[in-house]
Structure formats: C-alpha cells, structure tokens
Design a protein around this ligand. Sequence first.
Ligand code: PEP
Ligand code: MN
Length: 641
Amino acid sequence: MVIVLERSIRDDDKQRLREYLTDRGFRVREIVGEEETIFGAVGAVAIDLREVELRPGVQRVIPITKPYKLASRELKQSDSVVTVGPIRIGGPRIAVIAGPCAVESEELILETARIVRESGAVALRGGAFKPRTSPYSFQGHGEEGLRLLKQAGERYDMPVVSEIVAPAYVDMYREYVDLMQVGARNMQNFELLKAVGSTGRPVMLKRGLCATIEEWLMAAEYLLAHGTEDVILCERGIRTFETYTRNSLDISSIPVARKLTHLPILVDPSHATGLREKVPPVGLGAVAAGADGLIVEVHPAPDEALSDGPQTLFPEQFEKLMRDIEALSPVVGRELTRIPRRRPAAGEGRPVVVAGAASPAMQSAAAGAMPVAYQGARGAYSEMALLRFFHDLEFTAEPCRHFRDVFDVVLQGSARYGIVPVENSLAGSVHENYDLLLQYPDLTIVGEIKLRIEHSLIGLPGSSLESITRVFSHPQALAQCDDYLRAHDWTLVPFYDTAGSVAHIADEGRLEYAAIANARAAEVYGMQILKEGIETNPRNYTRFVVLTRDEVASVDDANLASLVFSTPDKPGALFAAMQIMAAASLNLKKLESRPIPGKPWEYMFYVDLELPDTEGPFHEALERLPDVVNDLRVLGIYRGV
Ligand code: PEP
Ligand code: MN
C-alpha cells in the first residue's frame, strides 16, 4: 500500500507508524517526493487499511493494485534514476554501455575499453561466467575475467557490468563489479534474485526469453523486496516463431513497461537481433521508443571474438551508432551522455531528413515530371534536400550554377520549384538567399526541409588516406571538418561547391587529391569514400526552403510563416511590430536583419513565425502591421518544423 503522510507529521509519529507496520510484517520504504512524502509498505500480510488511515500523521492510504508493488508506478510516480559509480541511468539522458560479450584477455579488454570510452560509452560490459547454450563453447574466464574487467574499468574511468549466474558468487561480484547483471536465462532464478537483491547494489535485470512483461516486473520485485533500491530493466528480445533474427525485440515493451514501472529501461540490441548489421537500426529504434539507453557488444576484431562475434559491432560501427544516437536524442527530447562529446571518426555520409513534406498543390503539379531547380553540381547537399523533399513525386532535378539562377528559372517558369539553403545550424544564415528572397517578390516560400549534414572525405578509386596531399571543398565544409583535418598535414583548397569539388578531382584524376562532400557525391562521380562522418559536430543541420511562383499555401495546412519589413527610423519602431505579434500570440522563431542596398544604415527585418491553431490572430496581425512598419511582404506560409 501507499501511505501518504501529512506534511506536518511529527517525527515521533512517523517513527511509530514505521514500527507499527514493520511489527506486522511489512517492509517500509520512505519516498520523499516534490509534492508529498509517502511510505511504501509491502508484505505478504493482510491488514485493514482503515486502521492505518486512522494513525496520527497519515493523510490517506492507497492500495497498490498491481502484483508488483515496489516496482510499480502506483508506488512511485516519478522516473527512478539509478546511480552506478559516477554515472546515472534514467532521467533525461541516454546512457550507452558497451564492451565485448566476454572478457577474453587483458589486452583485448583494455583495448575495447579504450575504444568504447573514446566513442562515449559510460560503462564497460564484459562476461566472465558465460551462460552458453553448449557446454563445449567458451565459458568465460571466471574470477580472473572479473579482475581484468575491473582493471580495464579503472584504467578508463568507467564502471563495469557483468552477469552473475549463481548466488554463491555474490561476494566475488561485490568486489569486482559495479552493476550486476541478471541474464535472460536467470530472470526467474528466484534464489539468485534474492541473493543479488540482498546486496543492496545496483542490478540490471534482463527480460527472460519467454517472459511476459508482468513476469519481468515480478522478477524486479524480487530484487527490490530483498534490499536493493536500484534496479534497471533491460529488454533484450524474446523468443518468437521468427528465425531470421536470434530473438525478436519487443519494442513496445519499452512504452508499456515505462507506464507500469518507475524503473529505468535499457535495451540490448545485440542479443535481440544476433546480427551486427541489425544492431544500429534496432538500437536507434529503441532510443526513439523511449529507452533510457543501450547495452551493446563491441570488439576490436568481432570476427575473432570467442563468443557472439556475429552480433558484435566493429569499433567504427559503434562510433557511427553513437553519433546517430546523439543526432536522434534531441528529437525524442533527450540528450546522449557522451564523454568526450566529439571526435573525428567514421560515420555514414548519408544525410538524414528531419522534416519536410510536399504540399497538396505540389502533389497535383507533379502529374507530369516537373522540373525542380537547385544550386550546385550533381550530388550537392541541395540536390539531396530536393530528392528527399520531393521523394514521393515525379520530378526532374535541374542543377544551377548560382543561387540567383535558381530564382531566375523559377520566375521564368522553366522550373516549377526551386530549393535553396537559408540557414545552417553551425554557420548561421545564408545571407545571399535572404537578399534574393527580397529581390524576387513574385516568388513565395511553400515548403521547408532540414537535412542533417554528414561530410565524407572522397578520393579516386585506388587512392588512400596515405596518398592524399590536397583536399578540395567549399570553405564551410572545410571549416566544419576542422578537427579531422587538423590531425593531417594536407593542403586545404577552397572550392565553390562541395559536390563540384568531387567532380573536379574526378576530372583531374590524381590519386593525391581528395574532396569533402556528402557520400552520395562519391557515388555520382564514381569516386571512393576514404572516411565517413568527418564533421566535428554531428548536430549539423541545414534548413532549405522551397520556392515557387503563382502558388499560395493555405494557412490550413501550414504551421510557419515568413515575413519581411523595414521600420521607420524612430525609437521603439521594431518594438511596436513585435508588440503586434506578441498580442496575436505568434511565436517568433527567428529574427534576422539585413542592410537595405543603397540605403546605408537602414535594414530589412526577416521574421519567421509559428502560426497558432486558428488563423484569425495571424490575419489580424497582418492587418495591423502596416500601421507600424514599411514594405511589409509575406514571403511564405508553409509547413515545416
Ligand atoms: C549477455 O549480455 O552477455 C547475455 C548473455 O545476455 P542475455 O542474458 O540477454 O542473453
Ligand atoms: Mn553475448
């Protein structure tokens, strides 16, 4: 039962209540919340709740209806955060634990610890007593394995996780391991659960191969009922009729368990899939579904691993997974715990779309293959944005040399749409396009797309990192790969365009030349990717807008609007405009000022607004704004994020 205490309860009444309950065979846990303090009382005894309710200092008593009590959200509404040495699992941050399936040798565990630490893992895993299906398979190095694991954890400043398989080992594990793992095969080994729970130490409890969510939570209850307060659940896939994967990851168990319990939930995509190439997508899916983190098998040479090699990631795959989790986490309102945060390393150079959708008007325009213009050579990031935005439609992509050409071909009608970048999350606004928006009043913004920018180092087939002496790219791309480039002694050559620089090295045909662009550009020009994901900051996005003539988006299917205006030269002029927008509850997303050509020290203001659910306030603001600003123009009303 949950006993909610009065705020004013006296200490001696509290003590007497505790004794009253323990005398009757209840285990009592005090939980101090922001709003109220409660006693969680559980035990295999029946009691008349009214008796408890009548005790001094008790506000109310709520029975816990679920069979699992201490694990239940009914007992504790806020998410629990489990502390393991210096790290915390649960809460707003995503934690990733990594390491080999088994500790194989001193050298290998040290090397793996170094690798996973460098990519940002917060704890090191490694089995020492392996529960193998076959008695002839490698069984682990036992206590010596635990000693080596602890040594590697200490060397690289990471707490360590290892599976315990028998109650007799509890004291040994206490000495070497920060987080005891109860494996899938032992989830309902109740004597083990009791022994591990009674250590009072943090435990990670894997879901059993054929366990229901309720059985899993009941196993957690065993741990909690025997003394530990720190239990982390770990979904690792269940047995189904499917044979392509080792197990079937029950991804829906994450939100289901999240609702039923306050305990943190990790996911093990390695044992869930049994196949290395499936681990990153499934791991990302788990993060997207709300997991508090992952536990992943990584080995310096997985093909030579003594156990679970086929599901174990290569170091480069793990680094790429960490970068992807870092990019994904903000989408689900989380942040990856990653130390160090950044390191030039491998990664796939494919941009990932964050948002973007073709409007109904675009869909009808696309009946024939409509031309869509973009700036840059084939393989440019703009082309990538275009391909993603118009993905479902029939179109032809028309390259233009300059941004102005994109505006021109759309104005003349030889392209139905144009796409131009307006802002990069690291480098800021693309001013040229802001100015062009003003110079082409007949064009309107009808869409938006954000693209994650991932740069690759690209060379000729047959070239290698050793053969490179000169690297060509757009100055912004060179700057964004600064950490990686600084580690090499290459001459950097600015070029007008990223994809154009790949075309250039293809023309030159010299093995010592390389270019930086997106991975697709290598494909387009038949070049070779020498290194993927070399940008310093993986949170690198560019926002593009889609332009057209003669098309007005309706406020109905839009959530954003872009305006531009100038203000009279007097005190409070901009403030007056802002006041009108504030009064209409229009959320300002961006305010940008640009000099007016030919009018020194006078400026145009560009405003991006989030539209409210009803269109009334926006139209009212549009009517009132001309009273306080000059040259007002709606650049576009469109859908985006
Ligand atoms: C492991 O993590 O090494 C392991 C054996 O996992 P599971 O118990 O989930 O099979
Ligand atoms: Mn394993």
